[in-house]
Design a protein around this ligand. Structure first.
Ligand code: SAM
Ligand code: SF4
Length: 328
């Protein structure tokens, strides 16, 4: 069967699945403080998600990441992990979580077959954590990170959003914390996908993060597996103590090597994080459609994919959904 290639020659093998729009944090850069969440009836069941994945494997999808909202708020997520890991053709299932509920679930997730985990943590300082997330809980997140290591996840990656003057003072403490505990730190440029007013000036850019790390932590060199087309630019510290990834979504967009599609918790397919249009797959799944019908919708959606986001131009239009309702 021909693969999921778009009109720019990009082949898609990577599916991000959001399992809920609910969250136990309220990160200012991601979602508004007050939200009306999706009705639970609107959420795809685990069986519907697995059915969709079965249908898209023949199109070349072999890599999955579960996200949200906060995916660990969806009850018994390890059952979904098991369902997905068991689908022939799926090589890799990962998870992005804020870590608050991870201490209790890490082992069950690992035992279910999950092998890649990214924990989001923007600040080690409790006051700054609260300012950013509008909630408390930094110690719970740290506990979750250690529990993930204990359960067998290697490496545990830690993601931090990079906002000028806000998370900037956390870059060095986070980098040092990661080096000390064998974690892989990844800094992500702040993108215009949350509820707040975004401006380019608020982004603390990749080259600034690198300069700060080299000045205040340790010089960097491209990691052995550095891939200029990958979203993360991976560097190793020259003293051999760990590595760091920098995701320059704004200053160095990687749209031309994008291989991702996204399924929202309410069953809509998006060919880009910033897409303005979506394709409805839930109705197909709930009306007992054949695989061919689902595949045709996915093909059409990928075919229609644009060249890339236009964050850096006046043409940029922010999608109606904010990040927590898309799936980061
Ligand atoms: N709740 C989980 C978490 O926080 O890891 C998963 C969902 S969250 C939307 C996924 C990732 O998107 C997190 O690492 C978060 O920091 C990132 N994110 C959210 N809003 C962002 C923004 N405006 N710019 C850059 N990254 C953002
Ligand atoms: Fe929740 Fe993750 Fe969004 Fe923070 S970034 S509000 S933890 S979904």
């Amino acid at each position: 069967m021909t693969k999921l290639t778009d009109t720019f020659g990009r082949t898609h093998n990577n599916l991000r699945i959001s399992v809920t729009d609910r969250c136990n944090l309220r990160c200012t850069y991601c979602m508004p403080e007050e939200v009306v969440f999706m009705d639970r009836q609107e959420l795809l069941s685990f069986e519907e998600i697995a059915r969709f994945v079965h249908a898209v494997v023949p199109l070349g999808i072999d890599k999955i990441r579960l996200t949200g909202g906060e995916p660990l708020m969806r009850r018994d997520l390890s059952r979904l992990v098991r369902l997905l890991v068991d689908i022939p053709g799926i090589k890799d299932v990962g998870l992005t979580t804020n870590g608050l509920l991870l201490a209790d679930q890490a082992q069950a997730l690992y035992d279910a077959g999950l092998r890649r985990i990214n924990v989001s943590l923007d600040a080690l300082d409790p006051g700054r954590f609260r300012e950013l997330t509008r909630r408390d809980g930094v110690e719970k997140v740290i506990e979750g990170i250690f529990a993930a290591q204990q359960a067998g996840f290697r490496p545990v990656k830690v993601n931090a959003v990079s906002i000028r003057g806000v998370t900037e003072p956390e870059v060095v403490p986070l980098a040092k914390f990661a080096r000390e505990h064998g974690l892989e730190m990844r800094f992500i440029e702040y993108m215009p996908i949350g509820a707040e007013q975004w401006e380019r000036g608020k982004v603390y850019f990749a080259h600034e993060i690198m300069e700060q790390l080299e000045r205040e932590v340790c010089p960097l060199m491209p990691a052995e597996d550095y891939d200029p087309r990958a979203p993360a630019m991976d560097f190793a510290y020259t003293d051999g103590q760990g590595r760091v990834g920098i995701i320059a979504s704004v200053s160095r967009p990687f749209c031309m090597s994008c291989n991702r599609i996204r399924l929202t918790a309410d069953g809509k397919l998006r060919n880009c994080l910033f897409a303005l249009d979506e394709a409805d797959v839930k109705t197909l799944l709930r009306s007992g459609a054949e695989d061919e019908a689902i595949q045709a919708v996915v093909r059409r959606n990928v075919h229609d994919k644009w060249e890339g986001h236009e964050i850096n131009t006046a043409r940029f239009v922010k999608p109606l959904r904010t990040m927590h309702a898309i799936g980061g």
